[in-house]
Design a protein around this ligand. Structure first.
Ligand SMILES: Cc1cc2nc3c(=O)[nH]c(=O)nc-3n(C[C@H](O)[C@H](O)[C@H](O)COP(=O)(O)OP(=O)(O)OC[C@H]3O[C@@H](n4cnc5c(N)ncnc54)[C@H](O)[C@@H]3O)c2cc1C
Length: 408
């Protein structure tokens, strides 16, 4: 049985492992952190319909949906509370999937648990240092703990700061700062949503005067929120108290529940400031025995809500190519042919959607005046203008000589 070393136990790693296992490979996931819980930074993630449909092909969608709750709509408001438009986050496909939001730690745990339940081997505390292709075409990887491993293939699912990407191409681009930092948290006391009169359901997104603010109310009454703040430079690690004070100052001018939500967030569920990045074009994704997928190959801005779904689509596509094409280098080339146009289009879409949040100063006023016009126009068009994004389904025929489902 052919063996794959999968570097990274985030999203792309466990899903690739499950997909390769079905394709008849023996995967081993090597994760840098000592245990799965340590990698669970951040607040929560949206898993869009296209990602859930890809997970459905692995029978892994139900576990993910059970860990979160449906959030199929975005409702946009101005800083004064005026309603702008409602937009769906994908439709409701016949397979019953609908966009869900899941806490990051729950999503990582569910995918890792599901892969382990199916017999996938995970090794924690295994940080990839280096790798090379041997004369026989196999790949040897060395890890920070001094161990080495050899396999037929190495899949770099090691995120936006991928070591695998550097090994494949030392001149590969690095993550690009989007001019935004994020903050987030959870209000655990259900009395707060009642006090504010907020209903459980989809997202509310507010174009605040000095920060973009998004929140949702989970079925149990917990409020999940994030804020995006424009910043010319990456911000260094900050004392959470200082981050909260600064955010409250920015939200004070808005007529919205944002400041009350931030103030009501307990310290232990407050996610301190994190810079936001994307990775537009990585010219080289693979050599003959190593490949990068997910954020390691093409990180998208978080505002697209597509990072998880792209990682899952990649994982499935790669496994189909390796299942149906016997020569590994040819299979890797076919994977790139199937995926590059689509993921780069999604990265561009993400950069556009985060552009309005990154603008500061007088430009921000222009954005605040123009954005409602574009959002209303998009709402009139319905979900159709994003069909290319949400209706994409990974075809199990991706490895056919003529790919019947090229990127839209
Ligand atoms: C603030 C924020 C909000 C986001 N919101 C959304 C959203 O709503 N919806 C959405 O779809 N996406 C969202 N994203 C993007 C999403 O989190 C990523 O696209 C997704 O996690 C990518 O999965 P991945 O498996 O490629 O990488 P990751 O999830 O980053 O996993 C990479 C793994 O590799 C491990 N690793 C790294 N280096 C090594 C090494 N040398 N050796 C071994 N292991 C290593 C890491 O520890 C990690 O566990 C958001 C991202 C951010 C930052």
């Amino acid at each position: 049985m052919r063996q794959a070393l999968i570097i990274g136990g985030g999203i792309a790693g466990p899903v690739t492992a499950m997909a390769l296992q079905r394709a008849g490979w023996e995967p081993i996931v090597c994760e840098a952190y000592e245990d799965a819980s340590a990698a669970q930074i951040g607040a929560y993630l949206t898993v869009a319909v296209n990602g859930l449909s890809a997970l459905a092909q692995l029978d892994a969608h139900e576990a993910v949906m059970a860990a979160g709750h449906p959030t199929g709509t975005l409702s946009f408001r101005t800083s004064s509370g005026r309603h702008i438009a409602d937009l769906p986050i994908g439709g409701t496909p016949p397979d019953g999937t609908i966009t869900h939001s899941v806490k990051r730690r729950d999503l990582y745990r569910v995918l890792t648990d599901e892969a382990q339940r199916r017999g996938v081997r995970f090794e924690f505390g295994k940080r990839l240092l280096d790798a090379s292709v041997d004369a026989d075409g196999r790949v040897t990887a060395t890890f920070a703990d001094g161990t080495r491993r050899t396999a037929d293939l190495l899949v770099g699912a090691d995120g936006i700061r991928s070591r695998t990407r550097e090994i494949i191409d030392p001149t590969a681009p690095k993550a690009h700062f989007l001019g935004i930092y994020g903050v987030g948290g959870f209000v655990t006391d259900p009395a707060v949503h009642r006090e504010l009169g907020l209903e459980p359901g989809g997202y509310t997104m507010i174009f605040g005067k000095k920060a973009f603010f998004g929140y949702l109310v989970a079925p149990d009454g917990e409020i999940w929120w994030f804020a995006n703040v424009a910043s010319a430079q990456e911000i260094p690690k900050q004392d959470p108290h200082r981050t909260r004070t600064e955010l409250l100052r920015r939200l004070a001018a808005d007529r919205s529940p944002a400041a009350r939500i931030v103030a009501a967030t307990p310290d232990d569920t407050f996610v301190p400031a994190f810079n936001q990045y994307d990775l537009p074009t990585v010219p080289t994704w693979h050599n003959d025995a190593m490949i990068v997928i997910g954020d390691a190959a093409h990180a998208v801005a978080s505002s697209s809500g597509q990072g998880v779904s792209m990682a899952v689509e990649d994982a499935l596509t790669l496994a189909y190519c390796l299942r149906d094409i016997p020569e590994i280098p040819t299979a890797l080339a076919q994977f790139e042919r199937c995926r590059r146009d689509r993921v780069e289009r999604v990265v561009r879409y993400g950069a556009e959607t985060s552009g309005d949040k990154a603008t500061s100063g007088p430009g921000r006023l222009v954005v605040r005046l123009l954005t409602p016009f574009f959002l209303r126009r998009a709402a009139k068009a319905g979900v159709r203008h994003l069909d290319w994004l949400y209706d994409h389904r990974v075809s199990s025929g991706v490895a056919l000589p003529r790919n019947p489902h090229p990127a839209a």
